[in-house]
Design a protein around this ligand. Structure first.
Ligand SMILES: Cc1cc2nc3c(=O)[nH]c(=O)nc-3n(C[C@H](O)[C@H](O)[C@H](O)COP(=O)(O)OP(=O)(O)OC[C@H]3O[C@@H](n4cnc5c(N)ncnc54)[C@H](O)[C@@H]3O)c2cc1C
Ligand code: SF4
Ligand code: SF4
Length: 434
């Protein structure tokens, strides 16, 4: 039976079209072969990625030369989300040699985000461009849904924010990193850290072109909620379920909503421990999703989402054209977030607002700070944890203290108390990006 190298497979489906017995199936992002395969080999030559084999390739098989990589860089950034791309862009602008690694084949996809960001939070990092903004929002509505179904809505006008098109936004940030001189590689995963006497000295990578070891003076782990980089360096990165929001979201099309207003719904029956959101995406579309606190929900977030949409006649008329799911770390920030030769930024360091789940701007701010400190420490010839701690201290002074305060506030209100007037006031301020 034919063998699939999932490291190389790019899920294009070409092999499925040539198989005479229908033995191949593209199950979303996984190519599956069944027992009817008769080893004719037709699919092997049809595959543009060299992902199919009649027998296991030898260990030494590298599959092609690949794009050239240096043996060492000043900085390797793992993960090309907003945190990693800004870190790579800033480090390159500081004159460092930088490699930005992304394990997915397309930066920014699949999206795991509701894509909302306040204007003031965005502009320190990039000027707004229409091609990656779906909607401009100027008002917000907050609805408390009581256990007996009664609702109370408060509307606020006058803010300015955006609902992004992150599929494009993330890629534009990576393109800016490349323009600044960083080398960017997609479908290239970091699989382990290189260590030298307890100090991080680079990463092992796996790409369609095989495995390699690349050295660096500093590694910046920007590998998101699923971060492994910190754990590889011995940091405790496990999230307790009570500090994890489990999220599901549909992009709904064919709905008639206010295109300038973001809507939030809070209630134990709507989204236990979290909230539901409706973020307009223009042209009769919206990101409609919710996050539930993993340890109190009792049912999957997707079930709550379906029930929420059914309860809203305006939304129930829409069609889901995309389903996304994901997790948000509404946890204390990691401490420490550095080790010898290593810094963590963004979701990997739990730098998310625990009240709102917003993490795009925090990730970008952390990426920028990490790059600045990396440049200073490399220039001074000291990348020990003690030297890199300057990043953590500047982070605490700029945003960290506020996030810690917000975590304490979240803890003060049990999930069932989050519809109280006091908690809603705090939530509204946090949503306003203040
Ligand atoms: C449903 C949902 C809704 C949200 N809504 C909002 C919102 O409206 N506004 C907001 O501000 N925030 C929101 N967030 C949070 C926001 O998406 C994150 O905080 C933000 O994306 C964090 O950026 P990051 O760069 O740290 O990580 P990510 O954007 O997650 O990027 C990490 C990258 O690292 C890559 N990677 C991981 N491991 C490796 C590896 N070993 N090798 C190479 N690459 C690797 C991943 O593929 C990924 O591309 C939401 C999150 C979810 C799940
Ligand atoms: S080897 Fe032939 S029969 Fe088997 S999956 Fe490929 S095309 Fe189909
Ligand atoms: S042709 Fe190759 S890359 Fe495309 S789905 Fe088949 S195995 Fe994957």
């Amino acid at each position: 039976m034919i063998l699939v190298d999932h490291t190389r497979c790019a899920y294009c489906g070409n092999c499925v079209s040539v198989c005479p017995v229908g033995a191949l199936e593209l199950a979303e992002t996984r190519l599956v072969v069944d027992q009817t395969c008769m080893d004719c080999g037709l699919c092997i030559s049809a595959c543009p990625m060299g992902a199919l084999h009649a027998e296991p390739p030898p260990e030494s098989w590298a599959g092609g030369p690949g794009l050239p990589l240096r043996p060492r860089y000043d900085v390797i950034v793992v993960g090309a989300g907003p945190g990693g791309a800004i870190a790579a862009r800033e480090a390159a602008r500081q004159g460092l040699s930088v490699l930005l690694l992304e394990k997915r084949q397309e930066i920014g996809s699949p999206v795991r985000c509701a894509e909302g960001i306040a204007h003031e939070q965005l502009i320190p990092f990039i000027a707004p461009e229409p091609h990656w903004i779906s909607a401009t929002v100027t008002s917000a509505e907050f609805t408390v849904v009581s256990d007996d179904g009664r609702t109370e809505t408060t509307r606020g006008e006058g803010g300015l924010g955006y609902v992004l098109e992150r599929r494009i936004f993330d890629r534009v940030l990576a393109e800016q990193a490349a323009s600044a001189g960083a080398e960017v590689r997609v479908k290239t995963a970091a699989t382990a850290l290189l260590m030298d006497h307890g100090c991080v000295r680079g990463v092992q990578i796996r790409s369609p072109f095989g495995k390699a070891e690349i050295e660096s003076l500093v590694v910046i782990g920007a590998d998101g909620i699923e971060s492994r980089v910190g754990a590889w360096a011995g940091l405790n990165t496990t999230l307790p379920p009570k500090d994890t929001m489990s999220c599901a979201q549909f992009l709904l099309a064919g709905i008639d909503i206010d295109p300038t207003c973001t809507c939030y719904y809070v209630g134990m029956h709507v989204a236990p421990g979290g909230y539901a959101w409706v973020f307009p995406k223009g042209e009769g579309r919206a990101n409609v999703g919710l996050g539930v606190q993993a340890d109190v929900a009792g049912r999957p977030a997707l079930d709550y989402l379906v029930r929420f949409i059914e309860s809203q006649p305006l939304l129930a008329r829409g069609s889901p054209v995309t389903l996304i799911t994901g997790g948000v770390p509404v946890a204390p920030q990691l401490s420490p977030m550095v080790a010898d030769g290593l810094m963590l930024v963004g979701d990997a360091a739990r730098q998310v607002d625990p009240l709102t789940g917003g993490g795009i701007a925090n990730a970008m701010a952390a990426g920028q700070l990490a790059a600045e400190v990396a440049a200073e420490c490399i220039a001074a010839g000291d990348v020990s944890a003690t030297a890199l701690r300057a990043y953590e201290m500047r982070w605490q002074a700029s945003r960290g203290h506020k996030l810690a305060r917000r975590y304490r506030l979240k803890e003060r209100f049990a999930p069932s108390a989050r519809t109280s007037h006091e908690c809603m006031r705090v939530f509204m301020v946090a949503v306003g990006g203040k």
